[in-house]
Design a protein around this ligand. Structure first.
Ligand code: PEP
Ligand code: MN
Length: 346
């Protein structure tokens, strides 16, 4: 069950609803929606139905929802949402390009990658300072030093930063620097981390687990939403199948399916799905035409020297093609290039 509070509801009205739900043995999770407070209820729905919640002061609407991902579902919020990352929109009216190095390696490499991204029309910069690597011997990222480099590059270029957080204990530190917190595929079901990023109050990009169903992905998003944060962007990054020709199999149908089930924006990572430079352009095309709200790609000034994922990193020439394609398909899909608006986070 989901309760939408009136836009002029007061905190005491919200508290009264929570008290009544808890006194009936239920749990209430408060989230701040675009303009209103939303309360997700967990417990015995039939018992809640006897509480006359719709008659309480400040309550606008009470909806019974049968899915296990109430707050992020379209049943609860029929219109598709726009998430703003420092004023850059990701949502149904735009196609947002996010680009940058897989990993932050040096200040020079990060700045150069950011300049390449910006020249291609990217409005957000990606880059990992904490890298969740399959091999414990692989480069693990620069940690806080990497975050400082990203912050300097943001200062220099004006591009807001999307960066991964790997452990719950690092969320506060990463959130100090990041404009958007990325939760990677290997952590999609790290529930403690999801709750911590939910509480951090920054927009979150939630990658789909490589072995996760779409329903599991949406329930993972619900963990974030339950902690009061509905500024979530879903990212399809390929799943594991029997196919070995690509690093992962891009599940293109996940884009319209997730958008049908959830109001959250859905973007695609063609770099980590294909795992090969030559596949990034065709997979980006497929993503945008399937309705993705953006794409996130790896770039590197010298992929041969990259400490992480060099084979899938785009170089300047590839980016010119990608940039043109994104611009053309944005028009084809009746969308706009995202322009940054400095406004209250919504
Ligand atoms: C990344 O985007 O840097 C990354 C590690 O991606 P994924 O979690 O999808 O493997
Ligand atoms: Mn990578």
């Amino acid at each position: 069950m989901v309760i939408v509070m009136a836009s002029d509801a007061e905190q005491s009205d919200v508290d009264a609803v929570i008290d009544r739900v808890e006194s009936a043995g239920g749990q209430a999770f408060v989230s701040r929606g675009v303009s209103r407070m939303i309360i997700g209820l967990v417990g015995d729905v039939d018992a809640f139905a006897t509480l006359n919640l719709s008659g309480m002061r400040g309550v606008c609407n009470v909806t019974r929802i049968s899915t296990n991902y109430k707050l992020v579902s379209r049943e609860h919020h029929p219109d598709r949402s726009v998430v703003h990352v420092r004023g850059v929109p990701i949502g149904p009216d735009t196609v947002t390009l996010i680009a940058g190095p897989c990993a932050v390696e040096t200040p020079e490499q990060t700045l150069e990658s950011a300049r390449m991204a910006q020249a291609a029309g990217a409005t957000l910069l990606r880059g990992g300072a904490f890298k969740p690597r399959t091999s414990p011997y692989a480069f693990q990222g620069l940690g806080e030093l990497g975050l400082k480099i990203l912050a300097d590059v943001r200062e220099e270029t004006g591009l807001p930063i999307v960066t991964e957080v790997v452990g719950a204990h690092e969320v506060d530190m990463v959130a100090e620097y990041a404009d958007m917190l990325q939760v990677g595929t290997r952590n999609m079901q790290n529930f403690t981390l999801l709750q911590a990023v939910g509480a951090a109050g920054k927009p979150v990009m939630l990658k789909r687990g490589m072995n996760a169903t779409i329903e599991e992905w949406l329930m993972a998003a619900e963990y974030i939403a339950q902690r009061g944060n509905l500024h979530i962007v879903l990212c399809e990054r390929g799943i594991r199948t029997f196919e070995t020709a690509t690093r992962n199999t891009l599940d293109i149908s996940a884009v319209p399916v997730a958008q049908r089930l959830s109001h959250l924006p859905v973007i695609v990572d063609p770099s980590h799905s294909g795992g090969r430079r030559d596949l990034v352009l065709p997979l980006s095309r497929a993503a945008i035409v399937a309705g993705a709200d953006g794409v996130i790609v790896d770039v590197h000034p010298q992929p041969d020297l990259a400490l992480c994922d060099g084979p899938q990193a785009l170089v300047a020439e590839d980016l010119a093609d990608l940039s043109r394609t994104v611009a053309e398909l944005t028009v084809y899909m009746g969308r706009n290039a995202p322009t940054r608006r400095l406004r209250r986070a919504s």
